[in-house]
Each structure stands twice: as C-alpha cells, then as structure tokens.
Ligand binder design. Structure first.
Ligand SMILES: Cc1cc2nc3c(=O)[nH]c(=O)nc-3n(C[C@H](O)[C@H](O)[C@H](O)COP(=O)(O)OP(=O)(O)OC[C@H]3O[C@@H](n4cnc5c(N)ncnc54)[C@H](O)[C@@H]3O)c2cc1C
Length: 444
C-alpha cells in the first residue's frame, strides 16, 4: 500500500497530482524550487502591483482545473457584468472575439450547436461567403470527429479558408491555444481544442478571465488543502538529485535528503529534468525525447495608464502590430488603468528591446483609444520557454517511465492538449490515478 509520495515541482501539474493523491488519503511532500507557487502561471510583483508572469485565460472546457479548484475551495466563478466581489477567481463571459473596428464574433446564450452557428452567422466584419466557409469548415471537422488521418500544419488545415476567416478566426485561436505559429503548429492538436471548446456544449466555449493572480487561483488554495491533510509543500527547496534506495526513492536538495518515498512524480518543466535524470542510464530514452522538444516564447507587456483609461472590453484582439491580445486589468482585477498586452510565439517583436517594444505597443493601443496619454510606467516580461512548440506528430513522453514508481507530470506529457493549464492539470491527475490504481487501499 502506498504510504508516502514525493512530487517535484509545484506548478499546476504537480499540485494537481498532489491534491488528487491527498484526497485519497496519501501523504505527499511537494518540493518547489521557487518561493512562489504556480511555476509558469504565477504571481509576480511589479512596482507594488501583483500581476502574473504572463496574462493567462481559461475556457469552460477546462473541466479538470475547474473541478480541482472547487475541491480545494479556490475562489468561484462570477458572470461578467455582475459587480466585482471578493472571493471571485474567474469572470465568465460567453465566447466573443473582438477586433475593434474589424471583426466581432460573439456567441449568444443558445444551446449547442446553435450558439456557434449563430455566432458565425451574426459575425460582424465577415462577408456572407466568409461565414459559410467557416461553418462548412466546422461541419467538415465534425463529420470527421475532429480527427485527421495524418497530422499536418494548421496553415495547411486552414489553406482553403477565406483570408479574413483565417486572419480573424482560425489563426488567432490557434496561436492563442497552441502558442505556436500556424506555419508549424499541429493541426490535430488544434482540432482537439476546437472539439472540446467551440464544438462542444455552450459553456465549454465560455471565456474564463482571471479576477485574481495565478498563484492565488489554484496553487495557494491547493497548498492549504494539502496542509490540512497532513501533506507538505516545501518552498524554496530545489531538488538536485534523486536516488533509488531499496524499492523506494529519495530526493535531495543542497543540504537535506528527503524520503524514501514509495513513488516519485517529476513535475518540473522538461528543460529542468536533465539534472535529475542523467545520472540514471535507464532514463536515456526519455532524455532523448525531451531533447527533441523546441520552445516558444510568450511576452507580456504591462502598461500603467491613468486610472480612467479602459478598453472597450476586458479582452480585445488587436491586429497589424506586435500585440495580439489586450487585457483590461481594471475591468478584471480592479487594477484600473493597467493594460496587459500579450504576444504569443516567435515573431518580429523579438528584435526589439523592452523599451522599444513597450513604446510600439503603446502606439498600437493608442490607435484603438485615440487621445491615449503616455503610460506612466511599463514592464515587459519575456518567458523564453513559455511552452513547447506544438508541431505536427510531436512524440510526447507518457507518464510512465523506465522505473515502475517514477512518473512524469506536466503540460508536455502525452495527451490531447497543447501546453496549457488544463493539459498540465490533466497530466497531474492522470499520474495520480496511475499510482492509485496500484494501491487498492486508496480510493481515487
Ligand atoms: C506567459 C505565459 C502565458 C500562458 N498563457 C496560458 C493561457 O492563457 N492559458 C493556458 O491554459 N496556458 C497558458 N500558458 C501555459 C501554462 O502556463 C503552462 O502550460 C502550465 O503552467 C505548465 O504547468 P506545469 O506544472 O506543467 O509546469 P511548470 O509550471 O513549469 O511547473 C514546474 C515547477 O517545477 C519547479 N521546479 C523545476 N525544477 C525543480 C527542482 N529541481 N526542484 C523543485 N522544483 C522544481 C518550477 O519552479 C515550477 O514551479 C502560458 C504560459 C506562459 C509562460
């Protein structure tokens, strides 16, 4: 019977795994190198403001993360339009893609699939021919159960779609979901996302916009949930070595060895695994798989304007410059005047330094809000390895490893989803269930 488990890494995957195990009565030690929980989705302090290392959004299809948030007593979801109140973690809006002055696609509160058909038919800025082409595309994918016989690039998948539909619908959706330029993005993974969001029930396509930071959204409530069940989250504890001791494993930091543990879950980003794996030749094949991964960046620029400045919507698409999406932190989190601009994937913005990029993005926002004063302050956060490049046919490792009691959890582990919070959480839950399956005394 499983007694003690160690999880290395307190990102969304590691914490999801720990919560699932603790809920079944297993004691877990979670080791996190940083003081802050959440990994690639975490709070950062900028000039006295708590923001995130990058603007994130969720969609209604993220059922596992929503289930675990409820389990650990994280804040709830409120409908957009209701007054902001404390305890709200997410603001729910029906799907709408706003490119002010260009295109507006908004899903009404109709049951599926009418919500999508209506959203496309009533889209502003698309011709009737464009709308029919978009609907035909969806119907074709539905007819094939969103499966391709062989993976190809998203650009190839969209090739027959009219230019406006590609530019304002499929390409921004694909880039936002896969964080990989469409020319090299996996069409199959994009279709998986489409199947579970736009093409599923109406709630699955809702946008869930954060009303809090991403350490408070799930990681901190998860840590409290674990502590209440006798498990531990050890912050500022980087594990530098894992060792097999009898049937179990130990995990060592720079001044302490922990364990032995019955099972070990490696929930770090893949590029942090090699230090732990290379001393063990059994992991050679896994190391080789991970080496084949490439990474894509995400840049988030925060621009602080006077408190009266606001965007027409909490989330706005923007086109023709560097920024791709703008978020009004005033409408979302009460940080009035603070606008976050997001750029996913490789692009020409990488040639600019932070000051030049902030100035260019200010110009892009000013085109949307004529008369916009200069920002009082600005910050640019560049996550160079934000996600793996989600390319066609990418071989992702499974949760099981060469050792029967060492498991992987993380957004890159084999699964339907690209590198997302939901992909990370599903993988963590999956690893926990594999352990619980071997431990009949514990109920998943
Ligand atoms: C800027 C940005 C924007 C994004 N936007 C979105 C979005 O809008 N929607 C979405 O769904 N997804 C988004 N993502 C992707 C999402 O954040 C990731 O897929 C997810 O957070 C990955 O979680 P993880 O647990 O797999 O890995 P990580 O978050 O990388 O967690 C790994 C943890 O392990 C710790 N660690 C590493 N080595 C050690 C060690 N030796 N000992 C102890 N601890 C260690 C790290 O400090 C980290 O906390 C975005 C990512 C970024 C960077």
């Amino acid at each position: 019977m499983v007694q003690r488990v160690a999880v290395i890494g307190a990102g969304y995957a590691g914490l999801a795994c720990a919560v699932e195990l603790a809920a079944a009565g297993i004691k877990v030690d979670v080791f996190e190198a940083s003081r802050t929980l959440g990994g690639r989705a975490r709070a950062v302090e900028l000039g006295g403001l708590t923001v995130d290392n990058g603007a994130h959004i969720l969609v209604g299809a993220y059922r596992e993360i929503l289930r675990l948030m409820a389990k650990v007593g994280a804040g709830g979801t409120a409908s957009a339009g209701t007054p902001r109140k404390s305890g709200t973690a997410l603001r729910c809006e029906s799907l709408h893609l706003e490119f002010p002055g260009q295109v507006r696609i908004a899903a009404p509160s109709l049951p599926a699939p009418l919500h999508l058909a209506w959203a496309l038919l009533s889209a502003q800025g698309l011709s009737f021919k464009d709308k029919l082409a978009a609907i035909r595309f969806m119907r074709t994918q539905q007819a094939h159960n969103f499966r391709l016989s062989a993976d190809l690039t998203a650009a190839e998948l969209f090739a027959d779609q009219p230019e406006h539909v590609r530019r304002y619908l499929w390409e921004p959706l694909c880039l936002a979901a896969l964080n990989t330029p469409v020319g090299i993005a996996s069409a199959q993974v994009f279709l998986n996302v489409l199947r579970d969001s736009l093409a599923a029930d109406r709630a699955a396509s809702d946008l869930l916009l954060p009303a809090t930071d991403f350490s408070s959204l799930f990681p901190e409530p998860a840590a409290r949930y674990l502590a209440a069940r006798g498990s531990r989250v050890l912050r500022s504890t980087r594990i530098t070595e894992i060792a097999k001791v009898g049937a179990g494993w130990t995990a060592s930091g720079h001044d302490e060895t922990h364990g032995p543990y019955d099972h070990l879950i490696l929930a770090t980003a893949p590029y942090h695994l090699s230090q732990l794996l290379t001393p063990h030749p059994e992991f050679a094949e896994l190391c080789r798989k991970i080496k084949a991964f490439h990474w894509q960046p995400i840049v988030t620029a925060y621009l602080a304007y006077p408190a009266t400045v606001r965007l027409p919507f909490a989330m706005v698409g923007i086109e023709g410059g560097h920024a791709q999406w703008l978020f009004d932190r005033g409408a979302l989190c009460g940080q009035h005047g603070l606008i976050a601009a997001v750029i996913s994937g490789d692009g020409p913005h990488q040639a600019l330094d932070h000051t030049e990029l902030a100035a260019a993005i200010h110009g892009e926002i000013a085109r949307l809000l004529p008369g916009l004063p200069a920002p009082q302050r600005s910050w640019v956060i560049e996550e160079k390895r934000a996600t793996f490049a989600c390319t066609p046919g990418l071989a992702r490792p499974s949760a099981a490893t060469a050792f029967p009691n060492v498991w992987l959890a993380g957004d890159y582990v084999a699964g339907d989803y690209p590198a997302t919070l939901e992909g990370a959480v599903r993988s963590g839950v999956g690893a926990a269930r594999l352990i619980l399956r071997e431990s009949p005394g514990h109920q998943p």
